[in-house]
Design a protein around this ligand. Sequence first.
Ligand SMILES: Nc1ncnc2c1ncn2[C@@H]1O[C@H](COP(=O)(O)OP(=O)(O)OP(=O)(O)O)[C@@H](O)[C@H]1O
Ligand SMILES: [Mg+2]
Length: 394
Amino acid sequence: MPDGASVLGGVFVSTLTLTDFRSYERMRIDLAGAKPLVVLTGPNGAGKTNVLEALSYLAPGRGLRRAALGEVTRLGAEGPWAVAATLNVAGESVRVGTGLTAEGGVVSDRRVVRLDGVSVANSNMLGDRWSVVWLTPQMDRLFLEGPSSRRRFLDRLVLGLYPDHSRQVGAYERVMRERNRLLGDKGPGKGRDADPAWLSALEARMAEHAVAVAVARLDFAGQLAGQLAEATGGPFPRAELALDGWLEQKLAEGTPASDAEAALKNRLQASRRRDAAAGRAGEGVHKTDLVVTHAPKAMRADLCSTGEQKALLIALILANARLQAALKGLAPLLLMDEVAAHLDTDRRAALFDALAGLGGQCWLTGTDRALFDGLEDRAEFFDVGDGKLLPSHG
Ligand SMILES: Nc1ncnc2c1ncn2[C@@H]1O[C@H](COP(=O)(O)OP(=O)(O)OP(=O)(O)O)[C@@H](O)[C@H]1O
Ligand SMILES: [Mg+2]
């Protein structure tokens, strides 16, 4: 943990109500104590991940499935979905409500957020005081997929440090698409006839957003590296991170942000003809890759075994949880979907210890109750099924 930071406690969900959310018509759970772990078990399709997804909307952004907001509403429901929770944030009770609204039969296209009953301008506000960190089975292929998945993964994590990050990424991509269209389209004022001044203006804006994006990524990666470096020994290997991107590289070398911005703008201008032919921009922060290395083996993550990749991913998520705890003075809410199944007994025990020791609340799912045996003192258990969560006592 960085000097001076102290963790005051964590985020604990004490009540959760889902309304017309995925498979749930109306569901409420109350968590009496402040046990660090909440375990949801039930068969495939029971609705375990849906609960974690609902909790992921207590953070800014698009939730852990990155679903279109309308898709989340229960099929056949009359009104749109809503999630309400009472959180205990370092001893203080906070009510959070989020979901879509319907006025005169028209469903909002943005998710609304209320904090203690007061509407806030956008979901970024949810990132101010606490963080929500998750790991899902979809992330298992992270190191084998193309750079875009890893970039999304990275940008999602950066959001925990820079709540404005996804807006910057979105703004960059919008301007980039506008430039692509202008360069690529035939017809008056497009393609070869495109107005150079207009292109320059777009490139200037692209470069400006790109620098904001790259600076945030670099700062985050540096801070995460500090946490990763502390994880020596133990069952989860130390991971090393590098950002493979032209602009990130320039900034990492110490080029001042204003010079890097000007340099990217010039490169974009110089590559108009090539980008027009390709139909896309060949340079920029939309190409950056996150390169992860298994440090003790000096092995790139994509060359590691399936189990090693999972362990690396867990190491990254735990480091991020520690980083968020250090930054906010408050351990994050953790959502771990099906993490127990693929680990051997020792690693599983070590993971539960690490999660329970972070200082906040961690939700875990699994199909098999036996994976969580021995956690009775530290966990509250629920059986999931038929649109309900029922407390279970072993
Ligand atoms: N909008 C929706 N309306 C109604 N049901 C939905 C909606 N979206 C998803 N579902 C259903 O929710 C059910 C539960 O899904 P969920 O992913 O939570 O299951 P799970 O318990 O995590 O299962 P697994 O163990 O297979 O991961 C699925 O059967 C799915 O079809
Ligand atoms: Mg699931």
